[in-house]
Design a protein around this ligand. Structure first.
Ligand SMILES: *[C@@H]1O[C@H](CO)[C@@H](O)[C@H](O)[C@H]1NC(C)=O
Ligand SMILES: *[C@@H]1O[C@H](CO)[C@@H](O)[C@H](O)[C@H]1NC(C)=O
Ligand SMILES: *[C@@H]1O[C@H](CO)[C@@H](O)[C@H](O)[C@H]1NC(C)=O
Ligand SMILES: *[C@@H]1O[C@H](CO)[C@@H](O)[C@H](O)[C@H]1NC(C)=O
Ligand SMILES: *[C@@H]1O[C@H](CO)[C@@H](O)[C@H](O)[C@H]1NC(C)=O
Length: 370
């Protein structure tokens, strides 16, 4: 008895399904369309024997006619500007929304007017989406300006944007926020050196002057009216640029010890242009001393024979990520100028002596001739 009932039920279900499939329009129920991109909508109808398709109509989210046409007649297509009919197999209709916008969200209806059975319709509901975009990690020079930005293609869906800072130690604090119909809010610790644009689609956070503590990652968090939260993160590195100095002293006769010193963040790399010369007494010795403020003092000590200074210009070259090209500091500029002055003085003196001799000689010759 039970078995028979189950069989009967199965047959019933089968009949029901066939009944629903007959003359049915197939359309995806829900679709997600990325904003500012073209998007295709597809519907197809299964036609019974002897049925013919007279007209296809598409209704937009307001139930207004989006597009309509008579199958097989190209010049019968009429519709709104932002949609286009695409070529498709028989009994299928494909239209494209040229550029999806916020207003395109909603349910679309496709209607197949059949003869003699009347119209059959299907529906597809579109959700328009976007993602939070950033322009990537940034670096800024201590004391200068840093600009961070985030964008979101559907500002209509956004209630508020909040920027948070997370330091390398993991401490997270709110920096600034902006909500529709209000002014940007800057949290007290950042007031006076942080600014936020009053835009939900393109949010710019500006920090000026940038401090070492501003380093870390910044999360822009979009709070939506309906879809929860979306966020993206950019990281900021703060540089302190090197300002190298060279000092030297004679440690024993004919031997000079030179130091090239600089404070920077991250630590600079120091090399000497004479490292391959055989008059250097071993390779340079580098010491790194982390300072309390996040910078590092780097000292490179090179010991050379003093004879080297007479022949070549000894330079220390400081390489740093924040510099386009290394900074070169010459060691013998002072010796060079002293030498130049000495040569000049000597030359002038010699000239004076020579002209004096010439004078004396001329006078003497003249007297003798008389
Ligand atoms: C829409 O359909 C056309 C034709 O089939 C295809 O070339 C195009 O890539 C499709 N576009 C999208 C966004 O799927
Ligand atoms: C469009 O028509 C459908 C029924 O066909 C209805 O449920 C829907 O609310 C209508 N939408 C608008 C925006 O009028
Ligand atoms: C940005 O920096 C963070 C931390 O330094 C790193 O984890 C992430 O991969 C970087 N992202 C890009 C796109 O370089
Ligand atoms: C070079 O630096 C060292 C410390 O690293 C110091 O002891 C030495 O006196 C310095 N020499 C010169 C010439 O400044
Ligand atoms: C250094 O090398 C030069 C040749 O390049 C050589 O003439 C000179 O003797 C060398 N000096 C020392 C101190 O080794």
């Amino acid at each position: 008895m039970k078995k028979m009932m189950r069989k009967g039920l199965q047959v019933c279900l089968l009949l029901l399904m066939v009944g629903r499939l007959q003359g049915r329009v197939t359309a995806p129920e829900r679709l997600v369309a990325p904003v500012e991109k073209p998007f295709n909508l597809t519907c197809s109808v299964s036609r019974d024997r002897g049925e013919s398709l007279r007209q296809v109509r598409w209704l937009d989210v307001q139930n207004q006619t989006l597009l309509s046409y008579l199958p097989g007649q190209r010049d019968s297509v009429s519709g709104q500007q932002h949609v286009e009919l695409l070529p498709s197999p028989k009994d299928t209709s494909v239209i494209t929304i040229r550029r999806v916008g916020f207003r395109d969200e909603g349910c679309y209806t496709c209607i197949f007017d059949m003869h003699p059975s009347g119209s059959k319709q299907g529906q597809t509901c579109l959700t328009v989406t976007s993602h939070v975009a950033t322009d990537g990690n940034k670096t800024a020079v201590n004391g200068k300006k840093a600009s961070l930005s985030c964008s979101y293609g559907l500002p209509e869906k956004v209630k508020q944007i909040t920027w948070r800072h997370t330091s390398a130690q993991g401490d997270s604090t709110e920096v600034a926020s902006f909500a529709k119909r209000s002014d940007p809010m800057i949290e007290p610790p950042y007031q006076g050196r942080v600014w936020l644009s009053n835009s939900l689609s393109d949010s710019h956070l500006t920090i000026q002057p940038v401090a070492i503590q501003d380093e870390g990652c910044y999360t822009c968090q979009y709070t939506m009216h309906a879809e929860g939260e979306k966020s993206s993160t950019v990281c900021l590195a703060t540089y302190v640029l090197p300002k190298p100095q060279v000092s030297y002293k004679t440690t024993s006769p004919g031997v000079i010890e030179a130091n090239c010193t600089t404070v920077s963040r991250p630590p600079a790399e120091i090399v000497w242009n004479v490292e391959r010369d055989n008059r250097t007494m071993g390779p340079p010795v580098t010491t790194q001393l982390p300072q309390g403020d996040g910078t590092t003092l780097v000292i490179s000590t090179l010991t050379v024979r003093s004879g080297l200074l007479k022949d070549v210009s000894v330079k220390c070259l400081v390489h740093h990520k924040g510099l386009e090209s290394p900074i070169a500091v010459s060691m013998n500029t002072k010796i060079g100028t002293a030498l130049t002055i000495l040569i000049s003085v000597t030359t002038v003196a010699a000239l004076l002596v020579m002209s004096l001799c010439f004078c004396l000689w001329k006078c003497f010759l003249r007297k003798e001739a008389d």
